[in-house]
Design a protein around this ligand. Sequence first.
Ligand code: FAD
Length: 323
Amino acid sequence: MSVLVYVENADGKFKKSTYEVVSYAKSVAVLLNTELIAISIGDVGKDELTSLGKFGAAKVLNVNNDKLKSFVIQAYASVITNAANKENSDILILANSFSGKGLAPRIAVKLQAGLADSAVDLPKIENNSFTVKKTAFSGKAFAMVEFNSAKKVIALNPNSYQVNESPVEATIEDFNPEINNSDLRIEVTNVVRATDKIALPDAELVVSAGRGLKGPENWNIIEELADVLGAATACSKPVSDAGWRPHEEHVGQTGIAVSPNLYIAVGISGAIQHLAGVSSSKTIVVINKDPEAPFFKVADYGIVGDAFEVVPKLTEAIKAYKS
Ligand code: FAD
């Protein structure tokens, strides 16, 4: 028995969320007194693969196949399933990212495994029971799911587990399972990046704004604050519906769910549908001119004031602090 972790890369480099998921998987392997094996798909350099040892992966399966150059979900799911069978892994762990959300159920079906997606904590393992805490109802509640299956798939929410070093010597093993044509029914012919900015689901810091900003021409104050913090930008639904900001920035029940370490909400009222996507943020700062705005009820820090006065001052203060 072993624990297998799927490690995603972006242009050959691992992201922070990858190290989070490896650290989490290592902790699960320690709880089960077993070994952690990682599987990487794509063109990733040896140093990058070896770096996974620092977080506890004893072996890294390296799949570098031209047929998998682009993300074809059926083929990736088959390869990861194949690796789990080869390594006799009863537990597969991956990030609850865009690709992880699609892969996890497919792999669970192939392995006939139970699935806990949106996991936020280490499993509780006692007297043959194996229970995982996960978010439910768009982050409005937590659920405890108990597995009844021998095989288990866990998809970990970003920013839910701290990166921990647990160094071991990682051996790299090339793994070249056959890719069936039935798994290659589509081919990605071109990928166009919508933006070079930090991807919202992975962002540790987010500056978000709503209708209180009055119009798209005022977003410079939000972007300047985000720039000085190294944060991603987000917005409420009406803002993206009005075309003030791109739809990729819309957070909430019908948009992206984020759980950054810091979420700064500027001129957003805090409607339940908005909170559904942001309430698992570690620290929430609300800037709103209405002291009765519902967002203040879930805020860790609140500033009652006009965004057009407060935000530039905050940006200047952070600049001064950093210099
Ligand atoms: P408003 O509600 O208009 O609030 C603007 C806020 O800005 C106010 O609190 C005001 O006091 C403040 N303000 C105004 N001027 C200033 C100033 N100068 N300085 C500081 N503060 C100022 N919404 C989402 O965001 N995400 C979703 O996923 C989502 N899904 C939905 C799904 C459904 C089925 C439905 C029915 C609604 C959904 N909504 C969603 C919409 C949601 O109900 C709210 O209407 C929306 O979140 C409000 O956006 P807002 O806070 O930007 O605007």
